[in-house]
Design a protein around this ligand. Structure first.
Ligand SMILES: Nc1ncnc2c1ncn2[C@@H]1O[C@H](COP(=O)(O)OP(=O)(O)OP(=O)(O)O)[C@@H](O)[C@H]1O
Ligand SMILES: [Mg+2]
Length: 445
């Protein structure tokens, strides 16, 4: 993309309505625009990151063997009357009446709808296990929408639902989701810690929330500091192996880590004092096992091997896709702007032309641009005639992790400059070497 042809409405001033850094930076970097309280348009730069996050989520779901589909945002009220949640959900549910006076709602979650799909099409234990998921907009009429996309009213969520014959199989599905979520967040450059949580209106006994540590997080968290040393890394996991998935769950959940809702002071005090931490965290996901809570009232049953009709064991598992943008920025920024982890950056590399109009500089930038694209990379080339300082400030604000700076002076010696946004360190090298380095960083050399 050439900046002169892009739509990047960056703001010079810090918007006064934004209370936390991620919200401020998303507005300043021209990523989102508020449409009304808690409802946002995703401008091109924000939309690119949102798509990257979605892609990682889809890839990791596929790796775990989960199947994507797409359910609508508007749902009929009768499904929710069947489960008993239509009255239980309260004012967070946006209720709508259509022209035929039918009660509808904008889905805050999809347990009922997926259970309806399941019961319509699956009747034998032979079709299990089955995990279906989608990435779809949700609406929750939050009392206090705030912090930009962190607590929106309309927000994008990945929600997945497992259907299993036995509790044991459903708990395996739970563990499998935990493993796939650990991988998902790490690919986004995040450490998200699974913590024992409260089940809330979804219901059920077993549940963990995934929290990213950040001062601006809305949850108070208590944990054993050893937990932050754990890394999933690039280990290979057989997602069908109950033992392997359970071992990961045990590794990542055996140390004390709880939110204020489930915090137990006596248990916490058993952690050696030097390792006890109290902090704040952002909830970026949650997994639940809830057994037959929906399958029983809604009649989602299968025939087991003996021909008996049994309700399926279920769980649901969510990732806050749009909230993740805020969480990543909270975890990765400095006073000049955002610092995107390579896994989610909207463009892989910036190219700054210090002297647009200079024939040699223009030609070198064009060559870099073409060479990077040949590797399948998306560079953002600042070909405008702004002054150098303004170009650097924009690149720093929007947070591309790598920048190649091209100017007549360097080109005289055959070099350009490659700069890391994270460390600020620059290195001079030939344009070819810069391309090779960036390609290697992204694993496409
Ligand atoms: N209002 C919101 N805005 C943005 N993301 C949200 C919002 N509510 C929930 N999410 C995201 O969706 C994920 C799955 O939804 P879940 O039903 O677990 O939310 P929740 O526990 O009600 O969230 P919270 O406690 O933050 O209100 C959450 O972990 C969170 O990352
Ligand atoms: Mg939750």
């Amino acid at each position: 993309m050439r900046l002169s042809r892009y739509f990047l409405p960056v703001l010079k001033e810090t918007p006064s309505e934004a209370q936390i850094v991620s919200h401020r930076l998303m507005l300043r970097a021209g990523m989102i625009k508020q449409a009304s309280a808690g409802i946002y348009s995703w401008l091109p730069l924000g939309y690119r990151v949102l798509r990257k996050i979605e892609t990682i989520v889809h890839e990791e779901q596929a790796r775990a063997g989960h199947i994507p589909l797409l359910m609508p945002t508007l749902q009929p009220a009768d499904l929710w009357q069947e489960s008993g949640r239509y009255d239980a959900y309260g004012p967070e549910m946006l209720r709508i009446r259509d022209r035929h006076d039918r009660d509808m709602l904008y889905g805050p979650t999809n347990e009922e709808m997926i259970t309806d799909i399941f019961r319509s099409h699956v009747s034998s234990y032979k079709d299990l296990p089955l995990t279906l998921y989608h990435i779809q907009w949700k609406f929750r009429d939050e009392v206090r929408p705030r912090f930009g996309v962190m607590r929106g009213r309309e927000f994008l969520m990945k929600d997945g639902y497992n259907f299993d014959l036995t509790k044991e199989d459903a708990l395996h599905a739970y563990n499998r989701h935990l493993v796939s979520y650990l991988r998902t967040y790490e690919r986004m450059g995040l450490q998200a810690i699974p913590m024992r949580a409260d089940s809330g209106p979804i219901g059920g006994d077993d549940t963990h929330e995934f929290l990213v540590l950040a001062e601006t997080g809305e949850s108070e968290v208590f944990y054993d500091s050893e937990i932050t040393d754990l890394k999933f890394g690039d280990r290979e996991i057989d997602y069908d192996s109950h033992a392997q998935c359970r071992a990961v769950l045990e590794e990542f959940t055996s140390r004390y880590a709880r939110t204020d809702e489930t915090h137990d002071e006596a248990l916490f005090n058993e952690v050696p004092e030097a390792r006890r931490r109290t902090a704040r965290g952002i909830e970026v996901g949650q997994i639940f096992y809830f057994g037959t809570k929906y399958s029983e009232p809604m009649g989602a049953v299968v025939q087991d091997a003996d021909g008996a009709s049994v309700p399926v064991h279920m769980g649901s598992h969510g990732i806050g896709v749009s909230r993740l943008l805020g969480a990543i920025i909270e975890a990765s920024h400095d006073e000049r702007g955002i610092i995107w982890p390579e896994g989610v950056t909207p463009f892989h590399c910036g190219i700054v032309n210090l002297k647009t109009g200079d024939a040699q500089a223009d030609a070198a930038c064009e060559q870099l641009y073409a060479a990077l694209r040949k590797h399948g990379l998306d560079p953002l080339y600042d070909d405008t005639d702004d002054r150098a300082g303004a170009k650097f400030a924009t690149m720093d604000l929007i947070g591309l992790p790598w920048r190649i700076t091209v100017g007549p002076r360097g080109l005289k010696n055959g070099v350009v400059e490659l700069t890391s946004r994270r460390t600020g360190e620059s290195e001079e090298m030939s344009p070819e070497a810069a391309v090779a380095r960036v390609a290697a960083i992204y694993g496409v050399a």
